[in-house]
Design a protein around this ligand. Structure first.
Ligand code: ATP
Length: 216
């Protein structure tokens, strides 16, 4: 059975950098699906500008034309912080023998040692890392060490084992980030061609990134 890709994020908002990366990984790793998991309350960062419901609606709209992309709203429904290790533990119970691939951009991978119980993640899933402009793979420190122990260049390993390997993928690197998009939107600029048209429409209709007087 082919692996399931798990793509978590704040998605504040989802953009074409996320979608192209997910699509390339789906193809390159021969994943059965990519499951998008918008986070409820992210533990490692400022609260999102858009509400969890708005972010979820944008993710649903963004993936609706790609059958290989599915949305899993469990972290949005959960109260309190969303820890990846808890989500992966749940998914591992649902798919006891299946290969699970946690998909991360290089920036997120570099932050991994700050995640709650991060070493346990390798007992639950593989970690697949997509290059991102401006970020280099770690060669030292705790991540450098785990890469020596767990790194693989073989997609076959990701299919034959259920968890535990690290695979770095060099695909198209799009220099789009949600941070830059939020800034552009607060400035009243148009996000066209950086986000799917449906997402652009939701942003315009809800005004979820409009400048708020108390912030200016
Ligand atoms: P922010 O700028 O608000 O931190 P972001 O653009 O990094 O947002 P997130 O929702 O935080 O988006 O990221 C979800 C996942 O997608 C992370 O693993 C991140 O590394 C990855 N990711 C985000 N943008 C890109 C991109 N342009 N290319 C590849 N991976 C990306």
């Amino acid at each position: 059975m082919r692996p399931i890709g798990l793509f978590g994020g704040t998605f504040d908002p989802i953009h074409l950098g996320h979608l192209r990366t997910a699509f390339e990984l789906w193809q390159a790793l021969k994943l059965t699906e990519v499951r998008f998991l918008p986070t409820g309350s992210p533990p490692h960062r400022e609260p999102p500008l858009a509400s969890a419901e708005q972010r979820l609606a944008m993710v649903r709209a963004a993936v609706k034309d790609e059958p290989a992309f599915v949305v899993d709203d469990r972290e949005v429904r959960r109260s309190g912080f969303s820890y990846s290790v808890d989500t992966l533990t749940e998914l591992r119970q649902e798919f006891p023998n299946r290969s699970l691939c946690l998909l991360l951009g290089m920036d997120a991978f570099i932050g991994l040692p700050n995640w709650h119980r991060w070493r346990e993640i390798f007992d639950l899933a593989h970690v697949v890392v997509a290059h991102r402009p401006g970020w280099k793979a770690p060669t030292m420190g705790p991540l450098g060490e785990v890469m020596v122990d767990r790194g693989t260049g073989s997609v076959r390993d990701l299919h034959e084992q259920p968890a535990g390997r690290i695979y770095i993928h060099a695909g198209t690197q799009l220099e789009i980030s949600s941070t830059d998009l939020r800034q552009l939107l607060v400035n009243g600029e148009d996000p066209r061609y950086l986000v799917p048209d449906e997402v652009r429409r939701i942003i315009a209709e809800t005004g979820c990134y409009a400048r708020r007087d108390h912030r200016s």
